[in-house]
Structure formats: structure tokens, C-alpha cells
Design a protein around this ligand. Structure first.
Ligand code: SF4
Length: 315
């Protein structure tokens, strides 16, 4: 499989680009996720022309539109950073990124809760790093996370699921546009979408059912927007348990009463968070193979990302 392209704050890859000449290597990102991902590194402070090492900076002023200022000599770097960032986000369009992983807490790269110092010199954790803000505004549908949040198993699973979904969607976009291709794609993603939002699942079902009456370009655009919006919503044990019960319905005729009882128990234990999601999905995968269930066999929900990442072992 061609690797997924992701933007990343350069220091997370272990490059010595920080203000103090150090780095913030994150082993999960380089060694584990890195097996499936081709990173496009971006260090806003170095790429906008600042040296290594350099004076450290922070955000100050209004948290909605703060200024980027060096700590000791109080040089205002806002304009330099904004001019560079506006050009860089356009340049990145040619990379076909499926997401971005930012360095948390950085006045340039942090994507949320970055300290902004008010006129009294007190920090308010409400800011967004200067480059991160411009990037997110330019690519509102692209999955973004920071390395700190990715230590949370649920956020990690959601982010990886979204980048793999976007990669699959990009593969559809690379083919000749056709209603048939879109319908096939949708059929495979249905239960994945349902695990995030039953509302989006319904809206997308209606959209695909009316595909014939919508101009193709418009149909693709609408579909993409709703898909990305759906996957942004987090799954929960309750939502996943509903999908698992829905899947169980496909085996009504085949499962013995003992098998049914066991599967129901496993789903219920998962719903109550006694066991992780990998347990019921493994059991359902087993029945899909055993009974060769044609609809479930093609559901991405059962294998949304490589098993080796073990993401469902922890959610
Ligand atoms: S946080 Fe951003 S600006 Fe700072 S060193 Fe890392 S990549 Fe560069």
C-alpha cells in the first residue's frame, strides 16, 4: 500500500530544530505509525527564516488574534510568520496530505490550548499556534491532532481511522468520477460511518440514493464534506455496540443459540467497557469468515486500519 502522506511538526521526528537546538522525538509517530505514513515535515520557525538556536517566543494579546513575540528582546515575529505561513499552506496543496500532527503547546505549531499572555503577563490556555491556525483555516476538513492528544488511545484510534478513511477516499478521487464508484465506496464505509453518527449515516444514505439526480461534481463534493464531518465525531462504546448488534442481525439464521449468547455477552461486556473493541470485532470477523457473509465481508468497519497498530486493543 502506498504510504499515507501526513504533515508533521519537524521536531517530532527528532530533528534538532527547536529554539534550544533540541528536538521532541515521538517514537510512536516515527517507529509505529511511521511504517504506514510518509511524513512531510514543517518547522514554521526555522522555515520562516529564524536560526537554531534562537530566542524563545510566546503568544501575547488577544487569544483570538495574538501576536508572536520573542521573550527577552520583545521582537514581534507575527508578520514574518503570517506571511510565510500563508504561502506555505498553499505550497502544501501539492503534497496531497491526509492530515497533520502538530507539536502541542508551541506558539507556532500548537493546535489548541496554547498559552497566550494577557497584558498583565498572565497566561490563558486558549490560543492556537500561528502556523497551526492558518493551516487549519486553509484545510478545515483535514484530520489534525497533536502528539500530546495522540497519547490518548481513543483520540489516537479516531485520528488514525480518519487518515485511513481519507486515504481511501483520495483513491476514489484518483479514479474517473462515476456514480457507481461512489456507491461502491459508500457501501463499504456504511458501518464505519454509522459508528460515528447515525444522523450522518442517514443523510449520506439519502444522498447516495439520489445520486442519479445530482450533478457528479456536486455529488462528490457533498459526499466528501459529510463524510469528513461524520468521522470528526467520536465513536463511543454505545455507538459501537449498536453497530455490533446491527452486524449480529446478519447472522440470525446461522448462529447457534450458544454462539448468539456468547456474542451478545461479548458485546455487552464491551459496551460496559470491561473489554476492548478488538474482542467483539474479532469474534464478528470470525463469523464473517465462517459464514462468508457478503455484505459484512466488505465493511471497512471490521478492519479500518492495520491490526499491527493495536489501536482497538485499547479502546
Ligand atoms: S514546535 Fe514547531 S516551530 Fe517549534 S521546533 Fe517544533 S516544528 Fe519548529
Amino acid at each position: 500500500m502506498e504510504k499515507i502522506k501526513l504533515g508533521i511538526s519537524t521536531c517530532l521526528l527528532g530533528e534538532n530544530v527547536r529554539y534550544d537546538g533540541g528536538h521532541k522525538l515521538d517514537r510512536f509517530l516515527t517507529d509505529t505509525l511511521g511504517q504506514y505514513v510518509a511524513y512531510v515535515p514543517v518547522c514554521p520557525e526555522v522555515e520562516c527564516g529564524l536560526p537554531i538556536p534562537r530566542e524563545s517566543m510566546h503568544l501575547e494579546g488577544d487569544s483570538e488574534s495574538p501576536r508572536l513575540v520573542t521573550l527577552k528582546t520583545k521582537q514581534d515575529m507575527t508578520e514574518r510568520m503570517v506571511n510565510w505561513a500563508n504561502k506555505r499552506v498553499v505550497e502544501l496543496e501539492k503534497e496531497g496530505l491526509c492530515g497533520f500532527i502538530f507539536k502541542s503547546d508551541s506558539p507556532s505549531s500548537g493546535m489548541e490550548r496554547v498559552r497566550v499572555y494577557n497584558e498583565k503577563g498572565l497566561p490563558v490556555k486558549k490560543g492556537v499556534g500561528m502556523f497551526a491556525r492558518i493551516f487549519i483555516e486553509h484545510y478545515p476538513l483535514l484530520p489534525v491532532e497533536d502528539e500530546g492528544r495522540l497519547h490518548d488511545p481513543k483520540l489516537r484510534e479516531n485520528f488514525v481511522e480518519r487518515i485511513f478513511a481519507l486515504k481511501r477516499w483520495r483513491e476514489v478521487l484518483a479514479k474517473k468520477e462515476s456514480r457507481g464508484t461512489l456507491v461502491d465506496f459508500h457501501t463499504q464505509q456504511k458501518l464505519l460511518i454509522l459508528s460515528h453518527s447515525s444522523k450522518h449515516y442517514e443523510i449520506m444514505g439519502k444522498l447516495v440514493a439520489q445520486a442519479k439526480d445530482i450533478p457528479l461534481k456536486n455529488l462528490y463534493q457533498q459526499y466528501q464534506n459529510i463524510l469528513m464531518g461524520a468521522l470528526q465525531l467520536k465513536t463511543t462504546p454505545k455507538k459501537n455496540a449498536n453497530v455490533l448488534m446491527h452486524m449480529m442481525g446478519y447472522f440470525k439464521e446461522q448462529l447457534s443459540s450458544d454462539e448468539k449468547k456468547e456474542l451478545l455477552e461479548v458485546i455487552d461486556h464491551y459496551r460496559q467497557e470491561y473489554i476492548p473493541l478488538i474482542v467483539p470485532t474479532t469474534l464478528i470477523n470470525h463469523y464473517v469468515r465462517k459464514y462468508d457473509q457478503p455484505y459484512l465481508k466488505q465493511q471497512v468497519y471490521l478492519n479500518p486500519h492495520p491490526l499491527e497498530l493495536q489501536l482497538r486493543n485499547h479502546v
